[in-house]
Design a protein around this ligand. Structure first.
Ligand SMILES: C[S@@+](CC[C@H](N)C(=O)[O-])C[C@H]1O[C@@H](n2cnc3c(N)ncnc32)[C@H](O)[C@@H]1O
Length: 285
């Protein structure tokens, strides 16, 4: 057997073994994967990298990121709560799946507008938004990443009584710089001109932000004040048929109250849908 033929056969055997191990799509190198399989494998891999579920992790954080409710029950019992050491998002797979479902839905129905997250931390949810656009061949929509990039403001209970006692401003783990978030986008090959950053407190950056229309508005800002500062300027820009997603609605009473107050003040009656133990969304009518 010639050296060339031997190495061709060796490569084929190698590929078959890799495919058997499930490391590349079955049929890779011989026949194309069925439509959609490559896309979903790409997104699943991005999701596993963003959540750090690709690697070993603190088992309690791993359980949380994988969406295991029993972990949350443990937290409610007063066991240690911590932020993931390496993951680029803290929202876990169920909420990433929700982002994919809603972004693909607005693309399929032609709902106009960009995507935004107010409260981005290490950027993971917005990286996933950009990945979903990429995987679906969307070449128009922009992903907006709004954050102070220095953590949460201290609560102002005189103006926002619901925030009394909710001081996360000293939590260093919540302060992630703009440069670090940009580097995280770069690691996935997803930093380009269709990712735009709004750096500063929401009350300063969002009212004048150069956003024309939104198809998906995701708010993950914990405080009553921050949640309201995001909804007031951004919700009117959400297109009819688009989606509002609220992280922490089920677990932070101040966040829930801001959303409930905003909906009541603006006559929003669209039913609130549950995502997991933490988050909700609704579709704008
Ligand atoms: C819980 S973290 C967001 C987690 C993130 N969505 C993820 O995928 O992991 C909350 C973020 O909101 C930001 N934030 C909260 N209130 C803010 C405000 N008023 N203005 C700007 N950023 C704010 C914090 O800096 C922090 O990065």
């Amino acid at each position: 057997m010639s050296g060339a033929r031997r190495s061709a056969r060796g490569a084929a055997v190698g590929l078959a073994l890799v495919a058997l191990a499930g490391l590349v799509p079955a049929g890779c190198g011989t026949e194309p994967a069925p439509p959609g399989v490559g896309k979903q494998r790409y997104l699943d891999l991005v999701k596993a990298a963003l959540t750090d579920l690709l690697y070993e992790n603190d088992p309690r954080i791993r359980a949380r990121l994988a969406g295991d409710l029993s972990f949350w029950q443990a937290v409610l019992r007063g066991e240690k709560f911590d932020y993931p050491a390496r993951a680029h998002t803290m929202i876990g797979t169920a909420r990433l799946d929700n982002i994919q479902e809603l972004v693909e839905d607005v693309i399929a129905r032609g709902v106009p507008g960009d995507l935004i997250e107010a409260g981005a931390w290490r950027g993971g949810a917005t990286i996933y938004m950009r990945a979903v656009l990429e995987a679906n061949g969307d070449t128009e929509r922009v992903v907006w990443v709004a954050d102070s990039f220095e953590g949460l403001p201290p609560p102002d209970p005189e103006r926002y009584p619901a925030d009394e006692g909710l001081d996360l401003s000293e939590v260093d783990a919540l302060a992630v710089s703009l440069e670090e978030v940009q580097r995280n986008f770069e690691r996935y090959g997803l930093l380009d001109e269709r990712v735009r950053f709004l750096k500063g407190w929401f009350k300063d950056t969002l009212p004048g932000a150069p956003i024309e229309q939104l198809a998906v508005l995701r708010v993950d800002a914990d405080l009553y004040e921050s949640t309201m500062d995001a909804l007031v300027p951004l919700y009117p820009k959400l297109a009819s048929g688009g989606y509002a997603i609220i992280d922490d609605y089920k677990i932070i009473p101040a966040c829930k109250k801001a959303v409930d107050d905003y909906r009541a003040a603006n006559g929003i009656t669209a039913p609130i849908q549950s995502i997991d133990w933490n988050a909700v969304y609704w579709q704008k009518e």
